[in-house]
Design a protein around this ligand. Sequence first.
Ligand code: CTP
Ligand code: MG
Length: 230
Amino acid sequence: MKHTAIVLAAGKGSRMNSEIPKQYMEVDGKPVLYYSLAALETSFIEEVILVTGADQISYCQTEIVEKYNFTKVRKIVAGGSERYLSVYQGLQACEDTDYVYIHDGARPFLTNQILETAKACVEKHQACAAGMPVKDTIKIVDADGFAVQTPQRSLVWQVQTPQVFDYSLVRRAYDKLLQMNPIPIVTDDTMVVESMLQAPVKMFEASYENIKITTPEDLPVAEAFLRKIK
Ligand code: CTP
Ligand code: MG
């Protein structure tokens, strides 16, 4: 069975408000993107497809892949203007794979343990995603900001990546999404599989540390986690 990872690094990072895209910002001396690629390099994953901005391909090739000797990165492809378009480019670049692990390059805390849990889960369920039960009570609000519903907390999870699928299943879901007119708003891959194929997606517990670097206050948190690991 072949396991391929797609690492997404084609975003602009508008919520971070920084000069350079957040995936290339340095945390504890290395670019954010380095950490998930390092975890994949020492895992059972056979190939990594890196998706980045068209103008960032050569930077990624020399300053990340060659510099840190990431031998599993077989292709660096240009992404699109939205996350789902970048994922689609990654899916099209996969070759003869059985399972695909879609991961945000902005999540540096990927571990071998998370990958092993994902592997067992996808082999059993064909579609699964990393996540954690929420700690806060979550409110559904109306357009004016009034609370209209309070879902039972034990049933609410925050979803992370990796999101892992049988390749042909997720490929069918994305092919269908791209044929829609208009294309509905999707913010992650599980949504695509759920809404296009009505396929069940199993959630598995990853870690509360598996954060996505999104806004400036995430940076000191990430630094602290990395110091703890060392
Ligand atoms: N991503 C991507 N292609 C896009 C948009 C996002 O590959 N067109 C990637 C990002 O690089 C990131 C991951 O998807 O690793 C999660 O997206 P997000 O945190 O939303 O990153 P950005 O879109 O870059 O940030 P923002 O939404 O604040 O602009
Ligand atoms: Mg985004």
